[in-house]
Design a binder for this molecule. Sequence first.
Ligand SMILES: Cc1cc2nc3c(=O)[nH]c(=O)nc-3n(C[C@H](O)[C@H](O)[C@H](O)COP(=O)(O)OP(=O)(O)OC[C@H]3O[C@@H](n4cnc5c(N)ncnc54)[C@H](O)[C@@H]3O)c2cc1C
Length: 413
Amino acid sequence: MKELHTGANYWNTFTTGDTEWPTLRESLRTKVLIIGGGMSGLLTAFKLHEQNIECVLVEGKEISEGSSLASTGLLQYCSDLMLHELRKMIGRQKADLFYRSCFRAIDEVRRIASLLQQEVGDCQLQSRSSMQYCSDLKDIDKLQKEYEALSSLDLPCELWDQHIIVQHFPFSKRLALVTHQDAEINQHLFVIRLAQYLSQRGIKLFEHSKASSIRQHNNGAFSVLINDQYTIEAEYIVHAVGYHSEQLQLTELNVKSNRSYVVVTEPIADLSSWYNGMLLWETARPYLYARTTPDSRVIIGGLDETSSKLDRDKPSINRHIDRLLAKLNELFPSFHAAAYQSWNAYFYEPQDGLPYIGLDPSNSKHVYILGYGGNGTIYSMLGAMLAVPIVLGNANTAEHELLSMLSLSRLSR
Ligand SMILES: Cc1cc2nc3c(=O)[nH]c(=O)nc-3n(C[C@H](O)[C@H](O)[C@H](O)COP(=O)(O)OP(=O)(O)OC[C@H]3O[C@@H](n4cnc5c(N)ncnc54)[C@H](O)[C@@H]3O)c2cc1C
């Protein structure tokens, strides 16, 4: 299995109690087998368990070692593709349903984080507002249109003009779209807490247990070979394998393969010029994104490049770190920020901006949760929420519509 990120990862510095799970040592049977122990897999296990649907999860490496460890933990209801653009692309009704669903998905993450906090421990979720500032004067119109589109759905947002921006931040931009009820999270801790919570409730989670061949019997049930040794029999398979798309037997994913760079700074002595710890991003594509942390650091990411390889070249990595720090110090000159840790990671961008969630068009027992795109965590949540009605066979009209919009039939096989 390919490596999904490289470098020194800040999230690994958090110790969290039990963080190891057994390797599968026997064959077994279950209703739903979830393949993949990242955000998508664990959230799906959580949602299935809540509905008393039996499931087993296998992870080929370690839980939360994939892209979930590389995330910067910004949870925003706005996608990379703006609502007014999405309306043009897929029609108003569908676009509105998608945006409303993303908004609901953040609330669901918030609810789950609060439950985990009571039951197993904190995952540093903090509600935040976001500010998307215009990187270029030509984007002013875009932000205004987006404000109107979001407001038409009563999604919580404001437009800030230059005057308001300089009252809140040490930098000046012509216009910004501020959205409320977003959040930041320690995504790694969240995934680990989910695993701790589920295993305390008897859900079987296995690490170092790689699913290889999948065989379907005449009665529709599957036999999945794990570590070439044991078999798990299941009625449904949820593929939550993230960017390990090479094993999905889907010949071509309509995605752009990028790599993205992240820097976590040394603690900043005085973060007070960063208004209310807002999540920052911009209208440029690819965009810069930044947030603060509970231990007074800044996480800044971006400089995405089209590449299907991780960057392992020290001088190149250093150049990217310097560029990210220069951008941060340009926005906040008093910070004099220095790098603490940094990594770069694979990042898939779907060509039409939407994740791939739902059934294999040719096999209604294969469920895919491929939350590709900048809002990956929200898409993982959305996928987990949709997995329940898929397995129970009781999707309502809105869920049917979402599933058809996000369907894998967009893929060429
Ligand atoms: C640099 C960067 C920054 C990001 N920042 C944000 C952000 O701020 N906000 C946001 O919402 N999203 C962000 N994302 C996206 C987010 O990280 C991902 O969308 C999310 O973590 C994907 O979770 P996942 O569970 O689908 O994949 P993963 O976390 O990669 O989990 C998939 C797992 O499946 C396992 N697996 C694969 N094949 C098998 C097999 N055959 N058998 C067993 N196990 C298998 C893998 O080992 C892996 O652990 C960011 C991504 C990157 C790269």
